[in-house]
Design a protein around this ligand. Sequence first.
Ligand SMILES: Nc1nc2c(c(=O)[nH]1)N=C([C@H](O)[C@H](O)COP(=O)(O)OP(=O)(O)OP(=O)(O)O)CN2
Length: 290
Amino acid sequence: MQLFVNDLTVMDFSYLCPKRGMVGESWIVDVVLSGDLNDESMIQDFGKVKKNLKRLIDDYVDHKLLVPADYNDVAIIRNDDEQVDARFTCEDGRVLQLYCPAEAYAFIYGESVTMESVGLYLREVLATHLPENVDNLELILRTEVITTPFYHYTHGLKKHDGNCQRIAHGHRSKIDVFVDGQNSLESQEYWASRWEDIYIASEEDRLAFDKRQASGDVPGDQSYSCFAYESSQGYFEILLPDADCEVVTTDSTVECLAQFIYDQEKQRKQGAAVKILAYEGVGKGALVCD
Ligand SMILES: Nc1nc2c(c(=O)[nH]1)N=C([C@H](O)[C@H](O)COP(=O)(O)OP(=O)(O)OP(=O)(O)O)CN2
């Protein structure tokens, strides 16, 4: 007998990719449990499946930076104070470096982070938390079907009192733009291109290179920026190429990003009526209009 739960949760995270750099993602999780019926004539109470498995997925992947532990150009140094220094060099030589509390990362076996490698990692964790009558668990990871332009972004919300304060977590997000009441595919494509695999930083978090806590030089081949902040989970620092960043003068909540896109579109469309629906992952976001 099998029990399924679709849309168990959405994992919002970022990962380091040899080709793309830092990629924000939102993956929907479905689960299938196989086993015998228990005393309640259930494989497991849906309430328990949802609560327990979602908590584990939140603990092990959600809002973390996923690092492919077997990639040949990643250096990971765990310091005594539980800060982890992760320096990742992409195939084209770009360096991405983070210096964050250990719980901000998940180290995934394999040379790259894929649905398959994350599925194996999670399955191993979840399998040890199943009741005795359940003998197998299948995880299905998938992305939202989006038929219009979308982008992948990574950010951190230093003022958030939960895990969104982690400096490198992200989302795969749809963007809807209406100009004079009409859907503007041109604007949507513009933002999907501008924010393809982007890191969104706040100007006030910029850190001078000589104040960095992470080890290693700033590469000299292209221009880099460093951003850092202290929040309730600890000290977070990131170094990355300027070409991979959008630096805003506000926080990067979805409300602020919708306003940023709105302001830019008002300039691009020279006074036309503009309406923006900016998403943060799946099924939620902020709306700004005239
Ligand atoms: N009003 C806003 N609330 C939150 C924002 C925001 O921009 N505006 N942003 C965040 C975080 O960035 C976070 O990544 C959002 O993720 P979410 O999955 O919604 O958060 P939870 O894990 O708490 O929700 P689950 O349903 O458990 O996945 C937070 N809030």
